[in-house]
Write a protein that binds this ligand. Structure first.
Ligand code: ZN
Ligand code: ZN
Length: 385
């Protein structure tokens, strides 16, 4: 029986504590430093059309804090550092997107971060590859786990199919390019979206989300990420030439927001380690920043023993309060074990109280250009018995 209840009063964080003895409340989560990270893209080292310097320049223009370049089957050693301009800086990190190039048909793309070495030689066996990633201290995410074909533009289905593999850290539940492919039924569609790129992104992939929830229900602790899969493809129609979806566009669109325990500093190696550890722990959410900035979203969990956020575990004993803070008054749904349990409408502060163990996460939606879009996807919190 579901015994959760909810409140959605209009309150401020300070008024929330009225009537409580603040001195006995658990300390607030120290994860207050939010950074923007875009983490799946390709340069000229594989099938992209830009250099690392151009990636960094676009990221600086878009105001990102960090990017991870993930060229196909090549780990590029060298360009990993802070890039600076006009008092701003961005940390460019180098990962890799690995797949077995001899496999027919092509499947199983794996994003590898932080391994610090070339791993494409192990691509022939996904489990062997995952073992090598873990031995190298890296992170592995299944790229576009559900990826539709688009014959109109010569793109095949490159879904993840090896579901017996273990040892990955999460799923890319929203891949901008896969979603775009799914829209393209003819060349005319491709032209339409090339000139109307803001029409394409509507939300995380429902099948990938379903798979994510299913894997969590099986006892795994996983992290959801979103990737732009940016290439800056050159488009050509007769005399017309156009870069399809420039990097700066992607960097203003779907990003990861990470909650760090300290601000980024000057040491690129230390900051890289901090970013990877934060991703590994799932202290992060997906934000679709084009309709409106998602910076400031928080899912804070108050348990009887501690206060924490996404990625953390709590005991259900004594009850749990999920406190949701949204940057705008929008629609927001709480999911428990993959099922919606409460939807709030036109709210920017919501509270959900429960004593039911389960895996909880939050989605928020926004109206943009006449369509309801997925706006924010939190990573889960784990409420144990
Ligand atoms: Zn891929
Ligand atoms: Zn890719």
């Amino acid at each position: 029986m579901f015994i959760g209840s909810y409140l959605c009063p209009v309150f401020t964080p300070s008024s929330y504590y009225n009537g409580y003895n603040i001195s006995i409340l658990p300390p607030p989560s120290p994860r207050t430093h939010e950074i923007l990270l875009n983490l799946h893209m390709h340069t000229r080292y594989s099938d992209g059309f830009v250099s690392h310097d151009q990636v960094a320049a676009a990221a600086l223009k878009a105001g990102l804090d960090a990017v991870i370049v993930t060229d196909h089957n090549v780990w590029v050693d060298g360009p990993e550092e802070y890039y600076r301009k006009n008092g701003s800086k961005v940390l460019l990190l180098v990962g890799e997107e690995v797949h077995d190039q001899a496999r027919d048909p092509q499947k199983n793309h794996l994003l590898v971060f932080g391994a610090g070495r070339e791993l494409a030689t192990y691509a022939y066996d996904p489990q062997f590859l995952l073992d090598k990633v873990n031995q190298s201290g890296g992170l592995a995410f299944l790229a576009h786990p559900n990826d539709p074909p688009s014959p109109a533009i010569g793109e095949t289905d490159i879904t993840w199919v090896d579901w017996t593999a273990r040892g990955y850290h999460g799923l890319e539940v929203w891949n901008w390019f896969s979603e775009f492919k799914g829209h393209i039924k003819s060349k005319l569609h491709a032209i339409y979206y090339a000139y109307n790129p803001t029409r394409s992104a509507c939300g995380a992939d429902p099948e990938a989300l379903r798979r994510f929830d299913e894997l969590l229900a099986g006892g795994r602790k996983l992290v959801m990420i979103a990737g732009s899969d940016a290439h800056a493809l050159p488009g050509r129609l007769g005399p017309l030439r156009r870069t399809l979806f420039p990097f700066e566009f992607h960097f203003r669109t779907v990003n990861m927001h990470l909650l760090l325990p300290r601000p980024l500093g000057e040491d690129s190696a230390q900051d890289a380690a901090l970013i990877y550890e934060t991703l590994r722990q799932g202290h992060a959410f997906i934000g679709y920043d084009l309709p409106a900035p998602t910076r400031g979203f928080r899912l804070t969990v108050h348990g009887s023993e501690k206060t924490g956020t996404m990625g953390d575990e709590f005991s259900a004993k004594g009850g749990i309060t999920l406190q949701i803070k949204l940057p705008l008054r929008v629609e927001c749904t709480v999911f428990k074990d993959g099922q919606p349990v409460k939807t709030f409408r036109n709210r920017d502060l919501c509270t959900y109280i429960t004593s039911e163990p389960g895996i909880y996460r939050v989605e928020a939606y926004i109206q943009y250009k006449g369509q309801r879009r997925g706006w924010i996807y939190s990573n889960p919190v784990y409420i144990k018995r």
